[in-house]
Design a protein around this ligand. Structure first.
Ligand SMILES: C[S@@+](CC[C@H](N)C(=O)[O-])C[C@H]1O[C@@H](n2cnc3c(N)ncnc32)[C@H](O)[C@@H]1O
Length: 286
């Protein structure tokens, strides 16, 4: 496993216990919308790369012949397994594997590949080639990753800038490791910055008919509490908050709350329409 994947695995091991509930208001609707745009048929074998707790998988599974969620983090897969077991979906499986290589999967084993924010830590060319290899010719791909922030008004930036005012400069161990990961450009975002980059990378990886768009597929209506819960459930931020003194933590939370509250609508909700880069493509026939 590559070093970047090992750091990512640690991040998700620590984030997993809170993920299913804290992330659902953001990742749930976006995953649903992605799958609805490329609906599986009852004959399809579906893969969900970087499945996490399975937001895209659970949307696809009831409509597909077989579905397989792939993730590098065992705790995330355990959470996904709990959801799958509760729903009693037949023919739904989970696999611990690196989406950058998909070594454990045979060529042409899938009809549809989804990934909803699951590839952002992978080297893009390698991950897209792996996705192309496991798709049958004519098979469909639908993926999305975060697009650019909305300048100073982006609620994620508001939380991070507020937290930065309280963080101590020193950090050790995992905090230090996560901090350097957060400031290091990720290979995916560095190489795939706009829809043209996506379309070119998909064509080079063996896809045809690639269509990529920078879009705002949904407006999420979130309470300030739900948004803060989402942001602070990430282990990288949770560790920073846990390291604050009690007074600093209280002040940080009050200030973040106040700044976000200033962005809410008449119903007291944040109407957040995040930009995503979304792409669909067809596996080239050989
Ligand atoms: C932002 S979460 C998205 C999870 C899920 N798709 C969703 O919509 O909530 C990214 C997921 O990708 C997984 N992941 C990151 N790098 C991976 C890799 N190289 N191979 C497989 N999974 C990976 C993480 O463990 C995590 O569960």
């Amino acid at each position: 496993m590559q070093r970047i994947a090992a750091v990512t695995a640690r991040l998700y091991c620590l984030t997993a216990p809170a993920y299913e509930t804290a992330m659902a208001p953001v990742f749930g609707p976006l995953a649903c919308d992605l799958v609805q745009g490329t609906p599986p048929t009852p004959a399809d074998t579906v893969l969900d790369l970087g499945t996490g707790t399975g937001f895209a998988l659970r949307q696809a599974a009831p409509h597909a012949r077989r579905s397989l969620g792939i993730d590098i983090s065992l705790p995330m897969l355990r959470a996904a397994a709990a959801v799958c077991a509760a729903q009693r979906w037949p023919r739904t499986h989970l696999l611990l594997a690196d989406a950058a290589t998909l070594d454990a999967l045979a060529d042409r084993c899938a009809d549809v590949v989804f990934s909803s924010f699951g590839l952002g830590d992978c080297p893009p060319e390698q991950a897209l080639r792996a996705a192309a290899r496991v798709l049958r010719p004519g098979g469909r791909l639908a993926i999305q990753e975060w697009g650019p922030y909305d300048g100073d008004d982006d609620p994620r930036l508001i939380v991070d800038e507020t937290l930065a005012c309280y963080m101590t400069p020193e950090a050790a161990g995992l905090r230090e490791e996560f901090r350097s990961e957060l400031t290091r450009p990720r290979a995916w975002e560095a190489r795939l910055q706009d829809s043209e980059d996506y379309e070119l990378a998909l064509a080079e990886a063996g896809f045809v008919g690639a269509r990529a768009t920078e879009c705002r597929p949904l407006t999420l209506h979130l309470s300030v509490e739900a948004f803060l819960t989402y942001m602070l459930a990430w282990a990288s931020r949770a560790l920073e908050v846990a390291a604050l003194t009690e007074d600093a933590r209280r002040e940080f939370l009050a200030l973040a709350h106040q700044r976000l509250q200033a962005q809410t609508d008449a119903d007291g909700l944040l109407a957040w329409s995040p930009v995503v880069l979304r792409a669909t493509a067809i596996r080239r026939s050989v």
